[in-house]
Design a binder for this molecule. Structure first.
Ligand SMILES: [Zn+2]
Length: 319
């Protein structure tokens, strides 16, 4: 753990315990010459303690995390009692401007860690983060949403059963669902784990749509993690116990056509239950879809036009 009593050196600044700073990390310039910089809030208590990263908008169109961090800042919920908080509402400014998950060259920042200073744009964003932010943090919550018109029910994703500190952090967040998710090559979580930092991912809703219930879960879960780490005051417990699932699977379209779901996100479905239908658009044929497993619907495709193999439903199988 970095010694929280010493200054943070970030973006050419010296940030001492007890200070609050909003600094802007310059990343590069747009073709127009406009400077692209990433605003970073740094909030430090006098008392030493761990440093927690809150990060949104690594995928620029995933607005729920951006809105979550905006509310935490606006409501002044990020004043640490001990330790420090680093809050980055939007890491991928390019994607945010273009309503896109990726940076303009089509690359995914969350597959580009640890990055390279003279690499592609996504790799440069990742590298800047690794150099300036990663050395300062001990823990992190990385906020995401579903993509491509698939909505996620509020869920934490992390590697379960590997590091007790990660398991405890996910338990403290107490999202409606906690899923085991292996490390993706080039992801922030993978880069963090290699350095002994603990990062969990929170997912809710879909890209370019605000999911009010999921944002409220995110606010409450973040406050519980802050309390768990000794950074924040006591936080209200969750309304209901979270459900932990090591196994989860996507049900995919076997036929192309028009998809209609007969279930809702968050709902439990039984093996053999009809969860939807795929029909040809000409009124000639309709196929009812039977679930091959029992479990909770934690992701749902809202795009009615589907091709063979498209993901329709994400099912989590409880322990
Ligand atoms: Zn994402």
């Amino acid at each position: 753990m970095p010694d929280a009593a010493v200054p943070f050196y970030l973006n050419g600044l010296t940030i001492k315990p007890g200070e609050r700073v909003l600094t802007r990390l310059v990343i590069s310039k747009l073709p127009s010459g406009t400077v692209i910089d990433v605003p970073v809030h740094v909030l430090r208590a006098i008392e030493p303690g761990p440093t927690l990263l809150l990060m949104g908008g690594m995928h620029g169109d995933e607005v729920n995390g951006i809105e979550t961090i905006r509310r935490l800042v606006r409501r002044e919920m990020l004043t640490p009692l001990r330790g420090s908080i680093i809050a980055i509402p939007i890491l991928n400014i390019y994607g945010f401007l273009n309503f896109s998950r990726d940076v303009p060259d089509g690359k995914d920042v969350n597959r580009s860690f640890p990055g390279f200073p003279r690499g592609s744009l996504a790799g440069r964003v990742a590298h800047r983060f690794m150099r300036e932010i990663m050395p300062l943090i001990d823990y992190g919550i990385d906020f995401h949403t579903g993509g491509a018109q698939r909505a996620n029910f509020p869920q934490v994703r992390c590697q379960l059963g590997v590091d007790p500190a990660v398991d405890a952090m996910a338990a403290a967040f107490a999202a409606p669902f906690t899923l085991h998710a292996g490390l993706r090559p080039g992801s922030l979580r993978e880069a963090a784990q290699g350095l002994g930092k603990r990062i969990i991912v929170y997912e809710t809703g879909e890209s370019l749509r605000l999911d009010e219930a999921g944002i409220e879960e995110a606010l409450a879960g973040t406050l519980r993690v802050m309390h768990h780490l000794g950074i924040g005051p006591a936080a209200p417990p969750p309304a209901r116990p979270g459900i932990i699932c090591r196994r989860h699977t996507w049900l995919r379209a076997r036929f192309a056509g028009l998809f209609r779901a007969h279930v809702e996100n968050g709902q439990f479905i039984e093996k053999g239950q009809i969860y939807g239908s795929v029909a040809d658009p000409y009124g000639q044929q309709a196929v009812r879809l039977e679930s091959p497993v029992s479990g909770y619907v934690i992701g749902l495709n809202y795009m009615p036009v589907v091709n063979q193999g498209d993901a329709l439903l994400h099912i989590a199988v409880p322990e």
